[in-house]
Design a protein around this ligand. Structure first.
Ligand code: ATP
Ligand code: MG
Length: 266
């Protein structure tokens, strides 16, 4: 019997924190999303959440993405990883208090990167959790790196690797905008949203997307798209949806019609 295909849900740091303010958690959004996840009751679900204003500011301050170069970065690595466990704890609280059998998996304890790319990933506990009907929750994290000493592993890379490894049914990416636009909708009011894109169309669009990243050390929307390409190439559909708006994630999880961008291989 073939393994059931999981759904991978990314909850963006742009939704559960205010990225413009350091360590600013949006508890209301976390609680609402936990409610929507419980209500949707999707089997074989894996959640990854981003770092938002918990991860990115500290990672930037201590130049964690550049690797281990000086002593003063050591405490920065500890701090960056620690604040992510704090944000993750708040997210886990919200799920578990609602009777969702979620179990946190700490990426820095089971993943090592090489030049920022996942090199080794001990996924046996994750597989077993899924099999036993738990909801594994991972997050963007500061991890050890065989070339750089340490690095930042984005939630987006994690989503893509989980999806390709476990041959996911679909990927749902929750952000704080209604989908993928031709330009950043927060910068340009007249930005045009795409409803549906093929892999070919996405690749064409990619070169035109803005690379400026503001408070995102992992490349913002541009980095996200680049990470998702291998999963889309493997035939896994990606829905980008606004997780800041009530019930959008619920509807996406239930496969109901919702304002979003759907990206498919063909
Ligand atoms: N072409 C675009 N279409 C849609 N959003 C865009 C585009 N270009 C830039 N953005 C910006 O990308 C942001 C989402 O990506 P970002 O990496 O900041 O959030 P996130 O992935 O949710 O956070 P985290 O990395 O902490 O998980 C949106 O807030 C939006 O303003
Ligand atoms: Mg991001």
């Amino acid at each position: 019997m073939s393994e059931p295909k999981p759904t991978i849900l990314k909850i963006g740091g742009s939704v559960i924190t205010d990225k413009s303010k350091e360590l600013d958690v949006q508890m209301q959004a976390i609680n609402r999303l936990a409610e929507e996840i419980r209500e949707a009751n999707v089997q074989n679900l894996i959640i990854v959440h981003g770092g938002g204003s918990f991860g990115h500011h500290l990672a930037q301050r201590y130049a964690i993405t550049e690797g281990f170069k000086k002593e003063t970065q050591r405490i920065g690595f500890s701090e960056t990883h620690h604040v992510m466990t704090v944000l993750n704890g708040l997210f886990m609280d919200a799920l578990i208090w609602r009777n969702v059998p979620a179990v946190s998996i700490t990426p820095s304890s089971c993943i090592i990167t090489k030049n920022g790319r996942i090199q080794c990933f001990e996924d046996a506990p994750l597989k077993m959790l899924l099999k036993m009907g738990f909801l594994p929750v991972l997050y963007g994290d500061a991890v050890l790196d065989t070339k750089l000493g340490f690095a930042i592993l984005s939630g987006d890379q994690l989503v893509s690797v989980l999806a390709t490894r476990f041959n996911a049914e679909r990927i749902i990416i929750g952000v704080d905008v209604d989908g993928l636009y031709d330009v950043d909708p927060k910068v340009k009011k007249t930005a045009k949203k795409f409803t549906h894109l093929t892999l070919e169309e996405l690749k064409e669009l990619q070169s035109k997307l803005d690379k400026s990243t503001a408070w995102d050390v992992t490349g913002g929307m541009f980095g996200k798209i680049a990470e998702l390409l291998p999963a889309i190439e493997q035939g896994i559909p990606v829905t980008i949806v606004n997780a800041a708006k009530p019930n959008y994630i619920y509807k996406a999880l239930k496969g109901k019609k919702v304002k979003s961008t759907l990206i498919e291989k063909e």
